[in-house]
Design a protein around this ligand. Sequence first.
Ligand SMILES: [Zn+2]
Length: 72
Amino acid sequence: MRSQNMLWVQAAVILAKDPTVKVICPESSDDFLEVLDIASPTDASLIERHMRCPTCGAHNSMRMRTDNKSDI
Ligand SMILES: [Zn+2]
C-alpha cells in the first residue's frame, strides 16, 4: 500500500507539470489515469486534482495550489 501511495504522489507530481501526460494506473497498471481538476469554492488558489483509472476504477485525489505547483 505504501509503495502505491508513492506512485500516486509521483503521478500527481508528473501531472502537476503537464496534465496531458499519460500516467499509468498506480494500482493495476492496466490503463492511463483520467485527470479532473475541481476548484475549491472557498479558495480560488486551491484545487483538488482527482485521478481515476477508467478500467479498474482506482481513484485518488490531491489538493494543490494553483499559484505554487511544487507545493503538493
Ligand atoms: Zn487501473
